[in-house]
Design a protein around this ligand. Structure first.
Ligand code: PLP
Length: 217
């Protein structure tokens, strides 16, 4: 695998689903990857990346942006409320809005600063106790609350349960987005991005299939 293979597989999945070429954005998930792998994907011309940790992203992206020019970086990992201000300064989008306290904090900061990254609400489609995300039953009211705070909601995000067929989770997320008038669907990772595209994903988050296995210290 690697960037060209993934780009080709995305184009094939779009075509198979009868979708417009280029209608899926590829977020290259660079968390924990060695810098040389990230640089080679930048050198290949890719300009949209995903990170899970605020501190790691700050250690990497200000320098890389100075070197390579504008690069979009999306926060896809759990966000602590006390890191929200830092996160807003670095990221172009946050895919992990998952609780009222975080929404309130983001709204306050957005009001102060007059600007806010695009936001995705993370939904715990599998109702897993250990997983972040708004529960499906609470989603519509959460979206209404976030809108009342003037937060710029772009869409929904999910991570299906490990080992489960992801298709019903993607279908559920799509239905929830449609009934809430949200166009963004952040779903699909290395193992299931083609299925996600068949279900309407607008953003796929692909890490190891582009960069190779993550090497945790
Ligand atoms: C790490 C991560 C990914 C990428 O996972 P791969 O299996 O390496 O493609 C996608 N989404 C989230 C939320 C992640 O934490």
């Amino acid at each position: 695998m690697g960037l060209p293979d993934i780009t080709a597989a995305i184009a094939a999945a779009e075509s198979a689903a009868g979708r417009a070429a280029g209608s899926t954005q590829l977020i290259a998930v660079s968390k924990v990857q060695p810098l040389d792998r990230v640089v080679s994907v930048l050198n290949a011309g890719h300009r949209l990346f995903g990170e899970n940790y605020v501190q790691e992203a700050f250690a990497k992206w200000p320098d890389l942006r100075a070197q390579f020019g504008p690069v979009s970086v999306h926060m896809i990992g759990p966000l602590q409320t006390n890191k929200a201000k830092q996160a807003m300064a670095l990221f172009d989008a946050i895919h992990s809005v998952d609780r009222p306290s975080l929404a309130e904090k983001l709204a306050r900061l957005a009001q102060d600063q007059g600007t806010c990254p695009k936001l995705f609400v993370q939904v715990n489609t599998g109702v897993e106790p250990q997983k972040a995300g708004v529960l499906p039953d609470a989603l519509d009211s959460f979206v209404a609350t976030a809108r009342a705070m003037d937060l710029p909601l772009e869409g929904l995000m999910c991570i299906p349960p490990e080992g489960a067929d992801p298709a019903p989770h993607f279908a559920m997320l799509r239905a929830m987005a449609a009934r809430n008038g949200l166009s963004g669907l952040s779903m699909g990772m290395s193992s299931d991005f083609a299925t996600a595209i068949a279900h309407g994903a607008t953003h796929v988050r692909v890490g190891s299939a582009i960069f190779g296995d993550r090497i945790y210290a």
